[in-house]
Design a protein around this ligand. Structure first.
Ligand SMILES: Cc1cc2nc3c(=O)[nH]c(=O)nc-3n(C[C@H](O)[C@H](O)[C@H](O)COP(=O)(O)OP(=O)(O)OC[C@H]3O[C@@H](n4cnc5c(N)ncnc54)[C@H](O)[C@@H]3O)c2cc1C
Length: 422
């Protein structure tokens, strides 16, 4: 690579080519901006391609449900919008309640989903077993079915958006680390790379696990915690069908779905490994992430009554990545605090593949039209410029992770209120 490959000036630089960066790049290029998307690794190669690829519409609040529903719509229409292929399955999903409080939760979910016009219903145990023959309903209290949920091979999202961006004229630069965010006064002026500077009035930090580090280069504080998340795939099993639904066991924090003749299982342990990218060698990539199959075996054991198949099955693959958790469990999207022209998109809380199509669109509208096209005030970056001590921040993020499928009853150190403190 030499200087000639690096543009001198563009309208916007996007740092990171994962699902969130590539979607932002595509929507900016579609809006007519000249864009350069840089990645320190190969394009679309880090956490995004390692995801489970589950895309669900029903979320705990209306604003997130709208965003997730828009995300699924954009996946379904991906090929028409981008010209890139998108293979997906839309078998819907099952949510399994085994505890009384989770039975009440799925009843509320059904009511909320219906009020929002979603096709959700409580279904009989017979129907649940018919849809997902690997499921045993012994000990189950209630099953909810959400009919529009999809799953897909995750790499298609960032790679598809990156190719579509390039076709629209965006410059995509793999193996091109941003070493510095250039500023003039309190505004961004571009980025510094090993092959020269790129001048730009807009810089988007979509650096995934490195988002906090990159924001700090620009003088902004966006505190989130990269957290290891893993999944495994069984050997091929004769009765797996692609049309079997995604199945989530609420109390165990475990999800299962078909994958090319195998079953995939992933989940959220209560004591996940957290990272601080400031302490990690610069050349670290997700390929180097230390994985631990024992975590997945424990999660599989916790659902053995519902999925006896996982008691004794060969594993053909396991993988993991570093999604980022925030103290209040919400994404981060919008202008970075204190630096004009710097925007951030991340804090995915293990849901960024689903939200990327919609959030990239919203951020692009914000940049090109001066305001977001949906209410994303609850994702405001300045709420993460928190003064919380690092240990408290980590505790809150750990708790959010461990409660992915049901809300925590209380927050440690009475810190819930402080999560919105700036
Ligand atoms: C096992 C697993 C299962 C998951 N399942 C799901 C799921 O079912 N549904 C869902 O929605 N989400 C899921 N997720 C979460 C999802 O993968 C993330 O939310 C999403 O990938 C985040 O995308 P990103 O663009 O922020 O990060 P990334 O894909 O990591 O992209 C960030 C990019 O920034 C680049 N970068 C960093 N620093 C710099 C720099 N200085 N200069 C240039 N480039 C830089 C990196 O190299 C990287 O390519 C899962 C995650 C894992 C690990």
């Amino acid at each position: 690579m030499n200087r000639s490959a690096v543009p001198e000036r563009v309208d916007a630089v996007v740092i990171g080519s994962g699902a969130l960066g590539a979607s932002t790049c595509f929507h900016l290029a579609k809006a007519g901006l000249s864009v350069a998307m840089l990645d320190k690794a190969e394009l679309a190669s880090q956490t995004s391609p390692r995801a489970a690829g589950l895309s669900g519409v029903l979320r705990p609040d209306i604003a997130m449900t709208r965003i997730a529903t828009r995300g699924v719509e954009k996946i379904v229409n991906f090929q028409a919008e981008t010209g890139e292929p998108m293979e997906f399955q839309q078998p819907g999903s099952l949510k399994i309640a085994r505890l009384p409080q989770h039975e009440a939760q799925v009843h509320e979910d059904v009511e909320r989903g219906r009020a929002l016009g979603l096709d959700v219903a409580l279904i009989s145990f017979d129907e649940a077993r018919r849809l997902m023959p690997f499921l045993s309903t012994d000990g189950v209290r209630a099953v909810m079915h959400i009919r529009s949920d999809v799953y897909l091979e995750p790499v298609q999202v960032p790679a598809g958006y990156a190719r579509a961006s390039a076709r629209l004229g965006a410059i995509t630069l793999p193996n091109m680390p941003v070493e510095e965010i250039l500023t003039i006064g309190a505004a961004v002026a571009g980025v510094r790379t090993p092959h020269g500077d790129i001048r730009a009035p807009v810089v988007v930090d979509a650096a995934g696990a490195w988002l906090r580090v990159v924001a700090e280069q620009g003088g902004a504080s966006v505190k989130l915690v990269p957290t290891r998340h893993q999944l495994m795939l069984t050997a091929r099993l004769p009765d797996v069908r692609p049309t079997q639904p995604i199945t989530r066991i609420i109390d165990a924090n475990v999800y299962v779905r078909p994958d090319n003749g195998s079953l995939m299982l992933g989940g959220y342990e209560s004591d996940p490994v957290q990272y601080d990218m400031r302490d990690i060698p610069k050349d670290f990539c997700i390929e180097n992430l230390e994985l631990d199959l024992a975590v997945l075996r424990r999660l599989a054991k916790s659902v053995a009554e519902q999925f006896p198949v996982f008691r004794d099955v060969a594993i053909r693959e396991f993988r993991g990545g570093l999604p980022t958790m925030t103290a209040d469990g919400e994404h981060v999207l919008g202008p970075a605090p204190g630096i004009g022209g710097l925007y951030v998109i991340g804090g995915c809380c293990v849901g960024g593949l689903t939200t990327a199509p919609a959030l990239g669109e919203i951020l692009s509208d914000w940049i090109t039209q001066g305001r977001p096209s949906s209410d994303v005030s609850f994702m405001a970056p300045d709420r993460l410029a928190t003064q919380l001590p690092e240990e408290v921040l980590r505790d809150l993020c750990r708790l959010r992770y461990a409660h992915h499928y049901w809300p925590p009853e209380s927050m440690p150190n009475d810190a819930a209120a402080e999560t919105r403190m700036t």
